[in-house]
Structures are given as C-alpha cells and as structure tokens.
Design a protein around this ligand. Structure first.
Ligand code: 8X3
Length: 249
C-alpha cells in the first residue's frame, strides 16, 4: 500500500486526512510542530497502518532540510499532502503586521517549497508520485482584509500549476484542493485566540468540516493512475464565493 506524508497533521484538515487515509490502508508519515498533539494521533492510527511521526516547523529551512533528509532516507513517499499553513491576522493592509506577513509567506509558501523539494527529487527519480496541495478559496479570489493571506494562497495556486507542468514528464500527479470556510482551529489562529471573532466566521451557516476535505483528498489518491483531479474548489453550500455567504440571522 502507498505511503502518504502529510504536513500539519496534528490538527484540522491534516489530522482528518491522516485518519481517513489510515482507515483506508495508507501508511503514514505525519509531520507537525507539536509532539504533544501528534503523538496520540500516531498511537491511535498505528494499530491500522505503519505510522512514523516527525516534528518540525516548515518555516525553519535548516530544520526542514535535516528532518526531510532523514525522511527520504527511511521512507518512499508515494503521496505528499502539503497541508501545513495558516492565516495570521485579518486587517486592512495599512494596519498589517510584518510578523504576520512573515508567518504566512514563510509557512504557506516557503515551507511548502522546503518540504516539497526533497520529496520531488525522490518522485522524479522514481518517475511516480502524487502531490496534493491544500490551497484555499483565498487562492482564487482576493477579499477585503485578506491581502497577504490571499497572496500566499495565490502563490500556492501558482506553485500547484507550476508543479503540474514541470513534473509532467515524470508522470507525477499534482492536485490542489481549495476549501472555503472549514470549521477547524483556522479562525482562532487567524484571530489570535479571539474566540468571539473566530466563532463569528461560522455563525449562521453550516461550514465545511475537516473530514469533508479529507474525503476529497481520498478520492484524488484513490483514482486510477491515469486520472489526475487537478483542482477542486470546495465550499459550504451557504458560501457562494469568498465573500457571498448566506447567513441565517
Ligand atoms: C480559508 C478560507 O474563506 O477564510 O482558507 O479564505 S477563507
């Protein structure tokens, strides 16, 4: 059975993908920052499949390089799920924080590249593999106060397309899932623990749940080898675009 490496696997969409993949027999290499959060997930899933866990921050280029060297040495990665990423702050650009901008560009864009590079080397040498990049509706549209987060997800959109073009000679499948509002810890990170603002994001609608996205990822990896689901936008029914949301008052 195939082995999937998932970044940001200790919560939200990454955790849901890990659990659904394990339930369907995929072996796992889980990556995350928090040993405390990842260890119980590893333990739970290890009764079904082989699970390894590695702890690092995708923003730390040196740390990523050394851990990824160990990973590619020990594991053949059939599927890479680039899920790690977050929104930090939601303010007009003139009030934006440079620390937040760094966190989003470093994590969502540069971190994705740092992790992908050594895996791509393995996949091109083997002439097989599949990469799923978790984008966002924010990678398809720019919305007020989304500025740098939207820029980082537009970069993911471009990198996803670039990967698919450049890796085409190697038979590597490259896909993106671009979710709208998913009820995970995403908004509490974005609003820095202000739960009133975080909860308001999902008020009056039924948002997506992490498992809804995991199911799309499972569908992508379980297609026959000749099928590449290249790009999927997934929205809650109540959300028609980044900003058109039908909230029940
Ligand atoms: C998260 C979805 O709508 O907050 O990427 O941009 S949204």
């Amino acid at each position: 059975m195939s082995t999937a490496l998932i970044t940001g696997a200790s919560s939200g969409i990454g955790e849901a993908i890990a659990k659904l993949f394990a339930a369907n027999g995929y072996h796992l290499v889980l990556c995350g920052r928090s040993k405390e959060r990842l260890e119980p997930i590893k333990k739970e899933l290890a009764s079904h499949v082989d699970v390894a866990a590695y702890y690092f921050d995708v923003r730390n280029r040196k740390e990523v390089a050394s851990v990824m060297a160990e990973i590619v040495n020990k594991h053949t990665i059939d599927i890479l799920v680039n899920n790690a990423g977050n929104a930090h702050g939601m303010t007009p650009i003139d009030e934006g924080s440079m620390d937040d901008w760094d966190a989003m560009i470093d994590g969502n864009v540069k971190g994705l590249l740092y992790v992908s590079k050594p895996i791509i080397a393995q996949m091109t040498a083997r002439k097989s593999g599949q990469i799923i990049n978790i984008g966002s509706i924010a990678g398809k549209e720019v919305y007020p106060k989304g500025n740098v987060y939207c820029a980082s997800k537009h970069a993911v959109d471009a990198i996803n397309n670039g990967m698919r073009l450049d890796l085409n000679p190697y038979g590597i499948r490259v896909s993106q899932i671009s979710p709208g509002l998913v009820n995970t810890g995403f908004s509490s990170v974005r609003f820095k623990g202000d739960m009133q603002k975080a909860d308001a994001t999902y008020t009056g609608i039924e948002p997506l749940y992490a498992n809804d996205i995991a199911e799309v990822a499972l569908f992508m990896v379980s297609r026959p080898a000749h099928v590449n689901i290249s790009d999927v936008i997934v929205l809650p029914t109540a959300q028609a675009s980044a900003t058109v949301i039908n909230r029940i008052k």
